[in-house]
Write a new protein. Structure first.
Length: 391
């Protein structure tokens, strides 16, 4: 189970805290600027392309070195960068059996004063073995892609109890397959302006406007979309170890070449740290998202329920699990009926900290899609063992 499955991101809602522009650094990376990590593992995947039938299974041998850099450039500026190479060798895979994936990240955070800060990050991923596969693509199709994401956020105090935030995100997708590239290559841009008011020391009221533009590289006249959001919410520090956030609003979506839609927009999340290295997080999201078969459907209206838990069994052994349940409705184009679809994802991991540098893990992931369209159904199981070392 990959770590990012444990922390679903709700849009671009991040709780701004004055001067808190330095993200937490993992324990194994603390006290040093440069960290080298390496991971080796063996796993089994019973459906490497996420096909609804004629599935291909394979044993996968992986080696993944990673270089991380974290440093305070000045008292007010923090720099973080990382590069990870992942080499996967498949015992059974059409075409190339050894493939390489790359993850590059750069982040700069700067505090202009006690009340104003800016945070900019760039991530570039070349994924040859995607963790989340697309439902409804031709059987056993290579879904390799490149993804670039640029995030920016500026926060400043407007008064003793008020603050303002300007934030933006741009995400670009490029698929290797010619057919997938023609259908799905796109850029998603999101900008937002937010104001907050501290009603109580532990309660902050939020008002926000967002604008989203989705532009496809080909066929944009029938696939592009523009959305406007008005959102209100609250951030509530229930206790020192408990946080509750809520965003409720409305989305007005205009589609090029298809009918427009209006719909509620909801983001709810809860996190409780109940012990050292132990927490429970849960949430719910209701929104529009892009769909893998853009020729038949404009997009999909998603209900996403998720829960993550991490529990320290001992000082050296940590168990973690993630679960998401996503009933959704694909919005059919003219003369194409809407269809219902349910996606379930479950992941679990058990990690043993052998010493300060070495960690061993056992992981399991299960993905299942049930759909009114048989060609979109899939079932996938992955399990494996791995060991990692940091210097």
């Amino acid at each position: 189970m990959k770590l990012h499955r444990l922390v679903p991101l709700l849009g671009i809602v991040l709780v701004p805290v004055a001067m808190a522009v330095y993200a937490p650094i993992p324990e194994q990376e603390q006290g040093k600027n440069l960290t080298l990590l390496a991971r080796v593992g063996i796993s089994h995947d019973d459906n490497i392309f996420g096909a609804p039938s004629s599935e291909i299974s394979s044993t996968i041998y992986s080696f993944s070195p990673e270089l991380k850099y974290n440093a305070s450039v000045t008292d007010q500026t923090f720099l973080s960068a990382s590069y990870k190479l992942t080499l996967d060798h498949f015992s059974n895979r059409p075409g190339d059996k050894t493939i390489d994936s790359h993850d590059l990240m750069l982040r700069v955070a700067h505090a202009f004063s006690q009340d104003s800060n800016i945070d900019v990050s760039e991530t570039h991923t070349i994924s040859k073995n995607p963790e989340s596969l697309l439902a409804g693509v031709p059987i056993n199709t290579d879904q390799s892609f490149a993804r670039n994401q640029l995030d920016g956020r500026f926060v400043t105090a407007l008064g003793p109890k008020t603050s303002g935030t300007i934030k933006a995100r741009s995400v670009l997708y490029r698929y290797d397959s010619t057919n997938l590239s023609t259908d799905l290559d796109r850029t998603e841009n999101l900008i937002g302006a937010e104001g907050s008011y501290a009603l109580l020391p532990e309660v902050k009221l939020i008002g926000e406007y967002r604008r989203q533009d989705i532009g496809y590289r080909t066929g944009g006249a029938t696939k592009d979309k523009q959305s406007n959001f008005l959102i209100g919410g609250v951030d509530y520090n229930v206790a020192k170890t408990t946080m509750l956030t809520a965003r409720v609003g409305y989305e007005w979506r205009d589609r090029d070449g298809a009918a427009s839609s209006d719909a509620p927009y909801i983001e709810l999340s809860y996190k409780h740290d109940y012990a050292e290295k132990s927490y429970l997080a849960a949430g719910y999201v209701y929104t529009f998202e892009e769909v893998s078969n853009i020729a038949l459907y404009t997009d999909t209206q998603v209900n996403r329920f998720f829960a993550n838990v991490q529990h320290a069994l001992t000082g050296l052994i940590v168990a973690s699990a993630s679960f998401s349940y996503e009933p959704s409705t694909l919005q059919g184009r003219t003369a194409v009926p809407d269809i219902d679809e349910t996606t379930v994802r479950f992941g679990a991991a058990l990690s043993y900290l052998i010493n300060q540098n070495w960690t061993a893990s056992v992981t399991f992931d299960h993905d299942k899609v049930d759909s009114d369209s048989a060609s979109r159904e899939l079932s996938r199981n992955r399990y494996g063992v791995s060991a990692s070392v940091s210097f």
